[in-house]
Design a protein around this ligand. Structure first.
Ligand code: NAG
Length: 258
């Protein structure tokens, strides 16, 4: 967007993240959750929630022109992976009203997001269709979601943050797809330009710690291509991502082999 100035986007986000920490630490005791301060994992979950509470909606106008056409292709029974507070539920609501979607499982392991996720599902008229599930993808069968039963998997800004097991998680998600089912993707990935990639490596020293284990350098396109056998792979770098884009994206869809 802004040439080399694009390199500044990730450090600005890191700076905002650091500013959010004191609020998180103050709010936990005020909201009766002082006990959570004893657990790094619980602090991290709450911290990410407070960051996302303003960064999610705040950054939405930047991403919406790319994400809206992708999520609007959703159909049938869907898994919305890691929706956080449900940033894209308005767009999914439009598809539901068109009659293309019958059911959405919103799989979000962070307990801090559950209340907002339910609230947003109701706000956009999705309460009958959208079922929030507080779980990890690998536990979905316990919630009655059968392998090979899903028409659409939606991953927007989530595969960066699934820890070291992204290969296995994508294989698990692949198993839930029906033959011919589609996987809709908008994810930030490792930079193709060496200078930007070196910059990402440097930022990565603090990035996963500050952003709830988000991985700046993941080659998500390869992970997805290797998740299983595909009838079609239509993935491309997001148009408009310049050479210096510190958070370049891959977007598009994959269709499971029949
Ligand atoms: C980024 O940082 C994380 C956490 O320190 C580390 O596990 C990962 O290997 C790093 N990635 C790269 C490509 O250096």
């Amino acid at each position: 967007m802004f040439g080399p100035l694009d390199l500044l986007v990730p450090p600005i986000l890191l700076f905002c993240t650091v500013l959010t920490l004191p609020f998180t630490l103050l709010l936990l005791p005020v909201t009766g959750r002082a006990g959570d301060l004893a657990s790094i994992a619980k602090i991290r979950n709450a911290w990410f929630k407070h960051l996302w509470a303003w960064f999610g909606p705040g950054s939405k106008p930047i991403f919406a022109p790319r994400v809206q056409p992708i999520v609007s292709q959703a159909k049938g029974v869907c898994i919305d992976v890691g929706p956080a507070s449900g940033i894209w539920l308005k767009e999914l609501g439009d598809v539901v009203r068109r009659g293309a979607i019958t059911k959405i499982y919103g799989v979000e392991p962070n307990p801090n997001f559950q209340a907002d996720l339910r609230k947003n599902a109701a706000k956009y008229g999705l309460e009958k269709v959208y079922q929030p599930i507080q779980a990890y993808v690998q536990d979905l069968e316990k919630f009655g979601v059968a392998k090979g039963s899903i028409d659409t998997i939606i991953t927007v800004h989530v595969l960066c943050s699934v820890g070291d097991h992204s290969d296995q998680i994508c294989k698990d998600l692949y198993d839930y797809l029906k033959p011919g089912g589609q996987w809709l993707v908008y994810e930030h990935v490792v930079a193709r330009f060496a200078v930007t990639r070196a910059w990402q490596k440097l930022l990565n020293l603090s990035w996963p710690i500050l952003l709830d284990q988000c991985e700046l350098l993941r080659d998500t396109e390869s992970v997805l291509r290797n998740a299983g056998e595909w009838a079609a792979v239509d993935l491309r770098p997001s148009p408009g991502d310049g050479w210096f884009q510190g958070l370049p994206h891959v977007e598009g869809k994959l269709i499971k082999a029949g």
